[in-house]
Design a protein around this ligand. Sequence first.
Ligand code: UT7
Length: 331
Amino acid sequence: MCSAAIYGTGAYVPHKTLTNEDFSRTLDTTDEWITTRTGIKERRIAAPDQATSDLCLHAARAALKDAGIAPRDLDLIIVGTITPDYPTPSTACILQQKLGLGDKTIPCFDLSAACSGFIYALTTASAYITAGLAARVLVVGSEATSRIVDYSDRRTCILFGDGAGAAVLGPPRTDGPSHKVLSTRLYADGNHAGLISIPAGGSARPASRETCDSKLHYIRLNGREVFRFGVIKVVEMIKDAMARHNLMPADVGAIIPHQANMRIIEAAVERLALPWDLFIINLQRYGNTSSASVPLALDEASRAGRLVKGKPVIMLAFGGGMTWASAVVEW
Ligand code: UT7
């Protein structure tokens, strides 16, 4: 059995920026409220002709370039998303075609774990590699959240943004740099399925004039409960990741939390008494990009030289399902 490693990362955000000031012109909200309650200042919005697979494509190309891997060398593509281009075909199949690999017949599938989607996909890729079922895997977390957000609902629309992050994985390399996946943990609790949901558009409640009129195709969340859940899980997952690898704070290279709300991260930093500079945070610029949140921050941190060679990077996320997940990667 071999283990898995990250060869390279990539990310993409659309050009259009929506600021807190923009919201204050159309909604009963202020920059001050959004900033103090969430830490978010602006987010990116996909162009009308950009679907989730288009965001994937940019991030995937950047990750392949960073990894020094040709698209044709891939043998599996996994896309974590809750905003697929269509219910079917999968966004991963569309990405395969956009990468020019339509004739290669490699397996491609989407994975739905909301904001935990990238770490779920990274874990699945690692399992394929470890089992010898794949040697070069492209993993993408990509969302066009702007397509599921009700821009007249000030409680949700200020939170989300669009973007994509990607990684190429394979067995640890001898012919170039690679970052070994030391461990991952995946969790879910369907008892809390109602905390974050899109009530209609699926088989339980298919699209109809009535569901459209009632705006049931937009994301709804119980903000306070999700906030509480997030703080508990972020603290739990960081503690668990440090304990399973016997890490003291000085041993950790970086912590990449899900970029949902600055106050959730602040609460975790306070409870764990960890130094602020360990945390990679970009939510002020992108908001919550769901499954893209962790890989976007990972790629930015990697390119900015914030990840220390040989030191563990702890990634963690939580989201709809409810799902939560962590990964420890030796950089
Ligand atoms: O990826 C999934 C993870 N998602 C999350 O982590 C989201 C977690 N939750 C949160 O981030 C926070 O709960 C929110 C930012 C969504 C809300 O912050 P809060 O401090 O929990 O506010 P609240 O929902 O308790 O609302 C407080 C007040 C309410 O007014 P009343 O009922 O007290 O009069 C809201 O109507 O703030 C009001 N409010 C707003 N006011 C101005 C809600 N949204 C806004 C807004 N601008 N945008």
